[in-house]
Design a protein around this ligand. Sequence first.
Ligand SMILES: Nc1ncnc2c1ncn2[C@@H]1O[C@H](COP(=O)(O)OP(=O)(O)O)[C@@H](O)[C@H]1O
Ligand SMILES: CC(=O)N[C@@H](CCC(=O)OP(=O)(O)O)C(=O)O
Length: 263
Amino acid sequence: MNKLHIIKIGGALIDDKKSLKAFLEQFSQIEGAKILIHGGGKVAETLAEKLKITQTMIDGRRITNKKTLKLVTMVYAGRINKNIVAKLQSFNCNAMGFSGADGNLIQAEKRQHPTINFGFVGDINEKSINQELITNMINLGLVPVFSAITHDKKGNLLNTNADTIAGTIAQTLSKNFETELLFCFDKNGVLENIEDENSNLKTINKQEFSELKSEGKLHKGILPKLENAFRAKENGVQKVSLINEKKLSDQIKQGNEGTEICL
Ligand SMILES: Nc1ncnc2c1ncn2[C@@H]1O[C@H](COP(=O)(O)OP(=O)(O)O)[C@@H](O)[C@H]1O
Ligand SMILES: CC(=O)N[C@@H](CCC(=O)OP(=O)(O)O)C(=O)O
């Protein structure tokens, strides 16, 4: 099987022009098949504040009413996605940027919950991913760049957590490619002590995850990220790690950065 790198970025990196450019230069140097998935929650948050659109997050998901859907579509599938593609093109990486509606690449289902109305939030599974079209693009030497916007094939756009998109695409493509999934973020991996940058675990298994969680050592974004990482590993993704976004090139060369997910 050919090797495939699937890389997820989000948060502060996307909000920082200089760091984003440096990251994209590293990404463009990865040889062979690769896919980039980006979030942009922090940028959406800042704009929503300016526009006085109140935001609520529950279980790592943004409650997405009509106004917020308009905003996140403009921010994720518009400004951020197109800016990333343009930067990658400047590094001679032949990127193409998509929402899940394009080419029916990611078909989601509106989230149903007994008590919480999440609004236009889309849930996905392996069947949601247009494996054939993504594989064809990769085989043409193209580099797909996905935003966190999906659709329901009934004419509605939906907002889907970007870590979930990365994990699910990786699961699907791991049947055809030897897939390495890297969640890149601002810490050196999973930290045992959030105050200590050097307390990152080299590996983490499900039991250690549960222990850290019950000890209150994992909070905010790291929880859904780890849940998505374990789901991907359990469903066949050959290698899954959480790494510092500055260490992407080192990880590609040596493969021992950050925290690797173990079963
Ligand atoms: N034990 C931990 N180890 C690492 N990060 C943690 C831990 N506990 C909480 N976090 C927080 O989780 C954040 C990563 O999640 P998130 O902000 O959602 O990332 P992104 O937006 O890049 O997807 C880190 O920046 C950190 O503040
Ligand atoms: C439904 C839902 O929560 N969608 C996410 C999509 C963006 C995202 O995941 O961004 P980061 O990776 O930067 O956190 C949101 O709107 O925040």
